[in-house]
Design a protein around this ligand. Structure first.
Ligand SMILES: *[C@@H]1O[C@H](CO)[C@@H](O)[C@H](O)[C@H]1NC(C)=O
Ligand SMILES: *[C@@H]1O[C@H](CO)[C@@H](O)[C@H](O)[C@H]1NC(C)=O
Length: 272
């Protein structure tokens, strides 16, 4: 059955843990990390250049409700890339990103009630908001988003902000860009097996509000697992690189973090 080809099915079927889907905080776009980048560290899972990150606002962690921030970072050789939260398939939250055809990404929140193609739920309290730093650049797509009302879901599961290992699921499909702004775009069968992993949400608590995936944390450090082919990128960006690279940010700057990452963000800003 065609339906079985869909990501959510496989993802959730394999999931065996809790659901962990941090949400992002407010739409506060301030570059809070500029001044206090040391007060938190995102929870990150990176492999083969596909990275999933989460940051939990302190207020959300302490009250078990409120926004959570997520980042999905992946090469554009994938038609779509998804992050799923939840240990069971039913009604878990899935966040699927794909290119919108105009230099940005579409974020589609979906759920599946069983072994069916995940759908955009009709009456979900979940809301997602794409934040600055989101975009497509030089072979990578990045979605920084805040998710509201993602801490619990219908099946009774919830995110565990005190756990060092909250179960998550990742999946993707290699292929041509969907180039769609439709959140209900059809997605094809995932490539290979889903990635079952966990995020240490307990270590990803951020005291202040605002998009955490800027500046120092614009790109997960672990994304550099291919080796730092351009270790000088950081220095370059510190100089005149900010403007010069904005038109075409290279992978070297995407993965070098720090100043280079900040330069990348500036590039996105110019595009806005
Ligand atoms: C992509 O869209 C988000 C949400 O509107 C925005 O914040 C971001 O700056 C956009 N990125 C680019 C490269 O235009
Ligand atoms: C969803 O989140 C918003 C913003 O945090 C909040 O105001 C609202 O009460 C929440 N709705 C539900 C159903 O939890």
């Amino acid at each position: 059955m065609q339906l079985f080809n869909y990501l959510p099915v496989a993802l959730l079927a394999y999931a065996t843990g809790i659901a962990a889907a941090p949400d992002h905080d407010s739409g506060d776009h301030s570059s809070a990390t500029d001044g206090d980048s040391a007060d938190f560290t995102p929870a990150v899972n990176c492999r083969n250049d596909i990275c999933y990150s989460a940051v939990v606002p302190e207020a959300t962690a302490s009250s078990d409700s409120g926004p959570i921030w997520f980042q999905i970072y992946a090469p554009t050789k994938f038609a779509w890339v998804a992050l799923g939260t939840g240990s069971t398939m039913s009604d878990a939250n899935m966040f699927i990103i794909y290119q919108d055809g105009d230099g940005n990404v579409t974020l589609s929140h979906r759920q599946a009630s069983g072994h069916t193609m995940p759908q955009v739920p009709a009456n979900s309290p979940v809301t997602t908001t794409l934040l600055p730093g989101t975009g497509v650049s030089d072979g990578f797509m990045v979605a920084n988003f805040r998710c509201d009302n993602c801490t619990t879901w219908k099946s009774g599961e919830s995110l565990d902000f005190s756990s060092a290992g909250t179960p998550m699921i990742g999946a993707w499909q290699e292929g041509d860009p969907l180039d769609s702004t439709d959140v209900e775009a059809r997605i094809g069968k995932h490539t290979g097996s889903p990635r079952i992993f966990s995020l240490d949400l307990s270590s990803a608590i951020k005291a202040t509000a605002g998009n955490p995936f800027v500046d120092d944390f614009a790109v997960p450090e672990e994304a550099n697992d291919g080796g730092s082919e351009d270790a000088d990128a950081e220095d370059d960006s510190a100089g005149d690189g900010a403007d010069g690279e904005s038109a075409g940010v290279g992978r070297s700057s995407l993965v070098s973090g720090g100043v280079a990452a900040a330069a990348m963000m500036m590039g996105f800003s110019l595009l806005m």
